[in-house]
Write a protein of this length. Structure first.
Length: 184
């Protein structure tokens, strides 16, 4: 069954996903490869919102979902994208991070680590569900719902060209750069 294109607008005031999103079966993130990326509009750290449509008008997009600001793995990943952003931009792409953290948390994270790309707040995980990254996770025998670290390379037409599920931070940015080179 094809994934329907949905636009989700998420705000800090949203407490729960809408009924239509909550009842829709979440696709596996890899099922999006070769398909139109689900549209969204999310709050930016520092104010305002950002739409996927606006991003793809500017070029290819590296959309990465990560669990939490200020944690070890997420900080390493963000700093790696920061340090290699010139390489990504030379390939006509931009980097955007998404987590369930509030915009104020993103402002602190961006400032502390001098991040040079936008971070979006998906507080109610509606967009994470559409992209198939909000999943049951397990740590030390405890199960909980959370974001599985996943990166999507989306082309200028809004089509997901590459999905990196269950990302291992070390070497990931180089994998993304290679995927962007393959887009041409």
């Amino acid at each position: 069954m094809p994934v329907k294109k949905k636009t989700v607008k998420s705000t800090a005031a949203t407490a729960r996903p809408s009924k239509s999103v909550a009842t829709a079966a979440a696709p596996a993130s890899t099922a999006l490869e070769g398909r139109k990326a689900p549209a969204f509009e999310l709050p930016l750290g520092g104010g305002g919102t950002l739409k996927l449509a606006d991003l793809v008008r500017k070029g290819n997009v590296v959309l990465y979902f990560y669990p939490k600001d200020m944690t070890t793995g997420c900080t390493a990943q963000a700093c790696s994208f920061r340090d290699n952003l010139a390489d990504v931009r030379k390939l006509g792409a931009q980097v955007v991070g998404v987590s369930a953290d509030a915009p104020a948390s993103h402002v602190k994270f961006t400032g502390k680590y001098e991040l040079n790309f936008p971070l979006l707040s998906d507080i109610d995980n509606q967009v994470g569900k559409l992209y198939g990254v909000y999943k049951m996770k397990s740590m030390y025998g405890r199960q909980y719902m959370g974001i599985e670290r996943t990166t999507f390379v989306i082309d200028r037409a809004g089509v997901v060209r590459k999905v990196f599920p269950k990302v291992k931070v070390t070497g990931h940015t180089q994998e993304v750069v290679a995927a962007l080179k393959a887009l041409g």
